[in-house]
Design a protein. Structure first.
Length: 237
């Protein structure tokens, strides 16, 4: 059970997140705040695991709140402004949700929080180090470590691996749900990549090497930054 609070100067926005929280048994809503200064005081003096925080608020912005709170708890930003996403990841922020926030997107953010807060839970139970896919002529075993990326076209996917390409009657969503989320990430409506195979990211392109690039869809950018943020080395400011 994760104890959480909601911080937003608009009651309507609080009501939306409150409704989502109540649908997830592993979340326990402790308080809601429209005043970020009161929220900061509460965070520093109470055991809170997770805070859903707006960015633009009077007296204290969400970014300032996260900076002052430090590692007292984790944060998930809920904001109507995408331009603060990269700055938000400098602090203890594990995801950035752009309003209006869908429940499906909210659930994925909470799942990330649970993985970090409860590292000993068996999040990857049911996952082996390989998968089987059905091609036109056979059932093909594919090692997860061999997968570079998957490209979808309608109800077919082409799995690009270090040992060749395999075409399967499978859509991108089905494959996404079958792969462990700590190793693979959907970065475009038609592409899933292996995080371990990324060489560099430039603009809206993800490069696996100098010859192979994958498009980065706008709606998937926040997920990629969240995944990479844990590995990015930055100097102290």
């Amino acid at each position: 059970m994760l104890n959480c609070i909601i911080v937003d100067d608009e009651q309507a926005a609080i009501d939306v997140i409150n409704n989502y929280v109540r649908k997830i048994p592993s979340l326990q809503l402790v308080r809601t705040f429209r005043n970020p200064l009161e929220a900061l005081h509460y965070i520093k003096n109470n055991p809170i695991d997770l805070a859903f925080v707006d960015i633009r608020m009077p007296e204290l912005s969400g970014l300032e709140l996260m900076k002052l709170a430090g590692d007292a708890c984790q944060f998930i930003v809920t904001s109507a402004y995408e331009e603060y996403a990269l700055e938000g990841y400098q602090y203890n922020n594990i995801d950035y949700l752009v309003k209006p926030v869908s429940f499906e997107r909210f659930v994925r953010a909470v799942q990330k929080a649970k993985k970090i807060q409860q590292p000993d839970t068996n999040e990857r139970s049911g996952f082996d180090d390989y998968v089987f896919i059905k091609t036109e002529s056979r059932i093909q075993k594919v090692a997860l470590n061999d997968i570079l990326f998957a490209e979808g076209l309608g109800n077919y996917i082409t799995l690009h691996t270090t040992k060749g390409k395999f075409v399967a009657l499978l859509n991108v969503k089905d494959l996404e749900e079958a792969l462990p989320t700590d190793l693979f990430l959907r970065v475009h409506r038609s592409y899933i990549i292996s995080l371990n195979k990324i060489d560099f990211v430039e603009g809206n392109q993800i490069f696996l090497d100098k010859e192979t690039s994958i498009p980065l869809g706008d709606t998937y950018k926040h997920q990629l930054w969240t995944a990479l943020d844990k590995k990015i080395i930055t100097g102290r400011k």
